[in-house]
Design a protein around this ligand. Structure first.
Ligand SMILES: *Cc1c(COP(=O)(O)O)cnc(C)c1O
Length: 428
């Protein structure tokens, strides 16, 4: 068996049919914006490897930090023990995060950070004697991960609800905010879409622990950008009903939307924020759930007293070291001018796709570029074509999109946008 034959026969890949996995590339090395196949073919990673590798692959500052950490201590348990990497990363996060978000729970992956956030919300409500508040509200079109509770707040149609109907706990789905980023904001709740939230809170607030959503940008649920004012109003409404607000910034955190956090677009501080993906610059799996002193102390003063969660690899020092280096690279602010330049270039170069047959919409925010088609796009076509265009794209549903590393050059980005437009045009 060749390596690729073994892979096809024995290894699962994400969201892939084992009987028909489609084209597969054997990647041997990754450096900067490039992925290198074993046979030497190179492709620009226009996905930042699922939105993580914001500084490019194998960044020298991040790999050096990880190597040094590896020489001292790859891992120790976090119960009763602590270490400099966790502390130093914490300092950096507290300095960067919106004010008041300063109680950090480190965990392994994005989905786990959502589980942790939802558990925090329920324990917080219980601590205040609100034991019926165990359900969650969210908006349609969301994606929050693949673990069980996270899955329950993913979009009920595009997500996995259809498939796992009956197995998931019932949550409350509001319509996706219809006003787009940049639209005028009408104050009438029937027009701005807050009427549904007002109604839900009137009827169900006594059962709701929290509202969970991706602020401004919905990622894997459809690459949709909505009006930040919706968030500001929603936060105030929820607060009035003792419903916590959880922002899932696993995709949007660390500059992707042009602000360090998408919450900044709305000027809102949630009660809990979930971070992952780019936290280590795409070098190792890691995530964090960060909350306020009020929520942390609320749980601390509850009957249980302790927060009931503790992953084995919590605060893994190697991952913390990668996080410290990655956040260090963001501190000089250079990322923001890069993301602005990427945004301007993508706006110019993707716009011509708007006129193509089958194209429903073209939209760009920060370093996110989307061509939305009227029909579902087969990712296998993009996978097959990648070696020839030199651009790695993985479209999903109706979206041909890119989220390039911030270090991509103008010429490289032009190749990405050209490959996207070509895919939209359906050129062979
Ligand atoms: C990727 C993602 C998750 C899940 O993160 P994993 O690390 O894959 O578990 C959750 N929410 C959002 C918005 C994401 O983009």
């Amino acid at each position: 068996m060749t390596p690729l034959e073994f892979d096809a026969r024995h290894l699962w890949h994400p969201y892939t049919n084992v009987a028909d996995p489609g084209p597969m590339h054997l990647i041997d090395r990754a450096e900067g914006v490039y992925l290198y196949r074993e046979d030497g073919v190179k492709m620009i990673d226009a996905m930042s490897s699922w939105w993580c590798a914001i500084h490019g692959h194998r960044h020298p500052a991040i790999t050096a930090a990880m190597q040094q950490q590896l020489d001292r201590m790859p891992h120790v348990m976090f119960g009763g023990l602590t270490h400099r990497p966790a502390i130093d990363l914490g300092r950096k996060m507290v300095a960067l995060l919106p004010e008041r978000l300063d109680r950090i729970f480190y965990c392994d992956s994005g989905s786990v950070s959502i589980e942790v956030a939802m558990k925090m919300a329920v324990q917080f409500q219980m601590a205040h004697g609100r034991t019926d508040k165990v359900e969650f509200a969210t908006i349609r079109g969301g994606y929050h991960g693949d673990t069980w509770k996270a899955m329950s707040v993913c979009d009920p149609v595009n997500g996995m609800h259809g498939l796992f109907r009956g197995a998931l706990s019932i949550q409350h789905f509001l319509p996706r905010p219809s006003l787009r980023l940049g639209d005028d904001w009408p104050d009438d709740p029937a027009q701005n879409g807050l009427d549904a939230l007002e109604q839900l809170l009137r009827d169900k607030a006594h059962r709701l622990a929290a509202l969970v959503l991706e602020p401004v940008v919905q990622g894997a649920g459809g690459m949709y950008f909505y009006h930040p004012e919706w968030l500001r109003r929603a936060k105030a409404l929820c607060q009035a009903h003792d419903v916590l607000v959880i922002f899932d910034e696993i995709a949007t955190g660390f500059g992707r939307t042009g602000e360090l956090f998408a919450a900044t677009h709305a000027g809102v501080t949630p009660d809990i924020i979930c971070l992952g993906k780019a936290l280590t610059g795409g070098h190792i799996s890691f995530a964090a759930t960060v909350t306020t002193e009020q929520v942390a102390y609320g749980i601390g003063n509850s009957e249980a007293g302790v927060f009931m969660h503790g992953p084995t690899y919590m605060a893994n020092p190697l991952a913390c070291a990668a996080g410290i280096a990655s956040l260090g690279l963001l501190e000089d602010g250079d990322w923001q001018s890069r993301v602005r330049a990427i945004e301007a270039q993508m706006k110019a170069e993707l716009e011509p796709a708007r006129g193509l047959p089958g194209v429903a919409d073209v939209r760009v925010l920060g370093a996110i570029g989307v061509i939305e088609m009227e029909h579902t796009v087969d990712p296998r076509i993009a996978h097959r074509r990648a070696p020839e265009t030199g651009v790695w794209l993985r479209p999903f549903a109706r979206n041909i999109y890119c989220m390039p590393p911030y270090v991509i050059s103008g010429d490289e980005l032009s190749r990405v946008t050209a490959a996207m437009v070509k895919l939209a045009r359906g050129d062979a």
